[in-house]
Ligand binder design. Structure first.
Ligand code: NAD
Length: 472
């Protein structure tokens, strides 16, 4: 009888591993046998994805409602239509994006072909997030398909209804071998990351982002990490306060604050804090009535764990000026404003990712800049000011993945702006053509012929070496 130490490990993990390596091998074979590379096939797959979204819009909305109680408007606007627009844009521009570039060439290469060829990487792994579970899973997939790759798709287990419908629909519309969907949580992702991929695109927390990057190192696989962090918002007294409050509260309340670029906290003077509280109270009542719990427009917190975490943060930081009601059974937290929050309060130590908006008092813009620069680089920085010098001051003296003036979240929808983090908020970027570029290797190509004149340009490089040749 073998000792316990020699016992062959026949656990589920081994089965999962064998299964994954088989799935990825099939995806690689599909890539190598040109099932994803031509312009024609890329367009076909993109059209199929568009068809999937058109033909199943209602079921997709229901899945999003089941996972997050997402309203139809948010499901359509931020997930389904958003994806459709990205596909339509890719279909319109793909031929142009794929064109081989011909950069300027030096005199010595005047007779040669000097080209940058747009190569797909091969097999891409996309790990999606739960907060916009359809959009954040399929948006990178669109870019990877446009760039000619095969894609292993791993939706988030935290949004199970959306993960399930993605796994059901994708094989009905796309090449099953080239675009497999893998379901699972931490254990499955851990095993999946042991496989060799040619590119990994991850959306999620900074903590897991580090795990993904470490796993990718094994094969020197390039990664894009779309991570999170606390996105600050500075507001001064020069703005139209009514419009500003609408734009700020909207950015915090969509998806119940579970948005990676939601304004995380406000920096302002005490005087502005008082105005914000008054105006936000009126606005929230107008939008969601006296009892927002009954409004169909507010999402729910994704899980009990996150609900409890948010409650802890809310009850131990600053004081509640607006909102604060909650219901554990319904995973409901009312949009809440906390005032006089200290930089050392628990809510200022981690990304909130919920409908709670703390306000930290600063004396002026310089104070705010010092505060921001003393912390990790955020995914987005918001500045509300009508003073252009003030806007420029923040733009030049701070570092963040993106920067948005006098609005929140809307910069995400500008398809020509690369979207991504910097430092702790991530690396790499995507959206529109940037997605195509992310999943494309720009291969440098030099193409020569046997022209005698061209060869004479090179004569100096051959031995025997001499000073005369060196000076040519
Ligand atoms: P998460 O990183 O905790 O989980 C993401 C996925 O990673 C899980 O679904 C799981 O499959 C896997 N995972 C979790 N732990 C793992 C481990 N130890 N080893 C291997 N795999 C593991 O993130 P989350 O809670 O889903 O997302 C919240 C975070 O994502 C927030 O910080 C938010 O800001 C960020 N986010 C960023 C963007 C962006 O575009 N930059 C978008 C949405 C969310």
């Amino acid at each position: 009888t073998p000792s316990p130490n020699n016992t062959p490990v026949t656990t589920a993990t081994n089965e999962i591993m064998a299964n994954y390596s088989d799935i990825i091998e099939k995806s690689r074979t599909a890539f190598n046998s040109n099932q994803t590379k031509s312009l024609h096939i890329r367009k076909h797959h993109l059209r199929q994805l568009l068809k999937l979204l058109n033909e199943n819009a209602t079921d997709l909305q229901l899945a999003l409602a089941s996972d997050l109680r997402k309203s139809k408007q948010e499901a359509v606007l931020f997930e389904i239509e958003y994806l459709k627009n990205d596909i339509i844009n890719a279909l319109d521009s793909l031929e142009c994006w794929m064109k081989t570039e011909k950069p300027d060439k030096p005199l010595i290469n005047i007779l040669d072909g000097v080209l940058i060829h747009k190569d797909p990487y091969g097999v891409v792994l996309v790990i999606g997030a739960w907060n916009y579970p359809l959009q954040l899973t399929l948006l990178p997939v669109i870019g990877a398909i446009a760039a000619g790759n095969s894609v292993v798709i791993k939706p988030s287990e935290m949004a199970p209804a959306t993960a399930k419908i993605i796994a059901e629909l994708i094989p009905k519309y796309l090449n099953r071998d080239a675009f497999p969907v893998i379901l699972g949580g931490v254990e499955e992702t851990t095993e999946l990351l042991k496989q060799r991929f040619d590119y990994i695109f991850y959306t999620g927390s900074t903590t897991v982002g580090k795990i993904v990057r470490a796993a990718a190192n094994e094969y020197l696989t390039p990664v894009t990490l779309e991570l999170g962090g606390k996105s600050p918002l500075y507001i001064d007294g020069s703005v139209n306060m009514d419009i500003s409050i609408k734009r700020i509260i909207w950015g915090k309340c969509i998806n119940a604050g579970q948005t990676c670029i939601a304004p995380d906290y406000i920096l302002c003077t005490r005087q502005i804090q008082n105005i914000i509280v008054e105006k936000a109270r009126e606005l929230l009542k107008a939008w969601y009535t006296d009892d927002p719990k009954n409004s169909p427009d507010l999402c729910r917190i994704v899980s009990e764990k996150h609900f409890m975490r948010l409650l802890e943060l809310m009850n131990n930081s600053g004081s509640i000026a607006v909102g604060g009601r909650h219901d554990q059974k319904d995973l409901y937290i009312e949009p809440t404003i906390l005032i006089d929050v200290k930089s050392t309060d628990p809510i200022m130590k981690e990304e909130i990712f919920g409908p709670i908006l703390p306000i930290v008092i600063v004396d002026n813009a310089y104070d705010a800049i010092n505060f921001i620069n003393s912390r990790s680089k955020p995914l987005t920085l918001y500045v509300f000011s009508s003073d252009q010098e003030m806007q420029n001051l923040f733009m030049r003296q701070t570092s963040s993945g993106s920067f948005c003036v006098n609005d929140t979240v809307s910069h995400y929808a500008v398809e020509n702006l690369p979207f991504g983090g910097v430092g702790h908020s991530g690396m790499g970027a995507y959206h529109g053509k940037n997605s195509f570029d992310t999943f494309t290797h720009r291969k440098s190509c030099l193409v020569k012929d046997f022209n005698i004149i061209g060869e004479s340009f090179s004569s100096a490089k051959y031995p025997p070496y001499s000073d005369k040749k060196l000076s040519m």
